[in-house]
Design a protein around this ligand. Sequence first.
Ligand SMILES: NC(=O)c1ccc[n+]([C@@H]2O[C@H](COP(=O)([O-])OP(=O)(O)OC[C@H]3O[C@@H](n4cnc5c(N)ncnc54)[C@H](O)[C@@H]3O)[C@@H](O)[C@H]2O)c1
Length: 332
Amino acid sequence: MRVVVTGGAGYIGSHTARLLAGSGHDVLVYDNLSRGHRRAAELAVGPGRLAEGDLLDEDRLDHALLAHRAEAVVHFAAYALVGESVANPGLYWRNNVGGTLALLRCMARQKVGHIVFSSTCAVYGEPGGADIAESLPKGPVNPYGETKLSSEWALAAHARAHGIGATALRYFNAAGADPDGLLGEDHDPESHLIPLALDAVAFSGRNLKVFGTDWPTPDGTCIRDYVHVADLADAHARALSTSRPGVFRAINLGTGRGASVREVIEMVAAVTGKPVPHAPAPRRPGDPCRLVAGSGLAGEELGWVPRFSDLRTVVETAWQWRRRHPGGYRSA
Ligand SMILES: NC(=O)c1ccc[n+]([C@@H]2O[C@H](COP(=O)([O-])OP(=O)(O)OC[C@H]3O[C@@H](n4cnc5c(N)ncnc54)[C@H](O)[C@@H]3O)[C@@H](O)[C@H]2O)c1
C-alpha cells in the first residue's frame, strides 16, 4: 500500500515506518519534527521520504496525501506527556484532537481509505486491579487520555460517515528498541521507566525515582504491561492489512503480563551488570496501581502474537541502543 505515517520521526512511528517500508509498502513520513528526529525518519525509510509539516497545516497535509497518492495513514503524531497535558490542556486538545480532526478532513478530501491510530491504555483511567478488556468503561483521568479517547470517537464517526476503515490500537507501555540496533527511544524529556533506569546506570549522579513503594502489589511498586516496540510495529502492519471499509475497531496491545517497577529495576541490573541507583518518592496523583491488558482481541482480529515483549528482550534491546547512542540520535 501507499502509506503516510504521521509522527514517523518519533519513537514508535519510526520503528513502524521501517517495518512497513521493509515489507514492501511505499511509505512517506509526515512529521513537524517538534518532538521527533530527522535522523530517525531517514534511518527508517531512507532519504527524501520525510515531508516536514504540521497536522494542523491542512494545505501541506492535503498536498502530501495527494502527492503520495496515499491509500492509508498510520497516525502517531501527537503529544504524549501526561504531566504536560495536565499543566497545559489546551496544547493537547489543539494538537492531538485538532490535529486528528485536520487529518480526518484531509483524508476525506483526498479519499484515503484507511487509518490506524495510536491510542493508549490511558483511555481506561484507573480501572482497578483486574486485567483490562476493551469493553471496560472508559474513564481517562488526565487531558492526554481524554484527547486520545475523543480522537477515537472522531475516528468512529468518520468511519461511518466516509466509509473509512479505522483501527485504534490502545498500547500499554511501549518499550525496547529495534532488535537490529538501528532505531531506539529518544524522548526529551524522557518520562518512561526503562530508559530512565538505563540512564541511572549509564550516567553517574542520576537517581531513578520510584513513585510509591506502598501500593497493594506483591512488592509494593506499580505494575505495568511492557510491550516491545517491534511487536507494536508488527500490529500496525496487521491492522492495515485487515482494515475493513466503514468499520471502526479499538484493540488493546499488551502482553497480558505485568512487571512491577522493582522487577524492571532488577532486570536492568541483570542486563547491564550494574546496580540501578534508585530512591523512593511519593505516589503521583493519577498513577494507577496496575495496568495490564486483558488481551485476546488483538490475536483474534489481527493474528498478533508478541514475539519480543518478554522483559529481558525489552531491556536488552533498549540497553543495546542506549549504550551505542549515549547522546540519542545526536550520536546516531
Ligand atoms: N510511548 C508510549 O509508551 C505510548 C503509549 C501509548 C500511546 N502512545 C502514543 O503513540 C504515539 C507515538 O508515541 P511516541 O512515544 O513514539 O511519541 P514521540 O513523541 O516519539 O513521536 C511523536 C511524533 O509526532 C510528531 N508530532 C507531534 N505533533 C505533531 C504535529 N502536530 N504535526 C506533525 N507531527 C507531529 C513529533 O515530532 C514526533 O516525531 C503517540 O500518539 C502517543 O500518544 C505512546
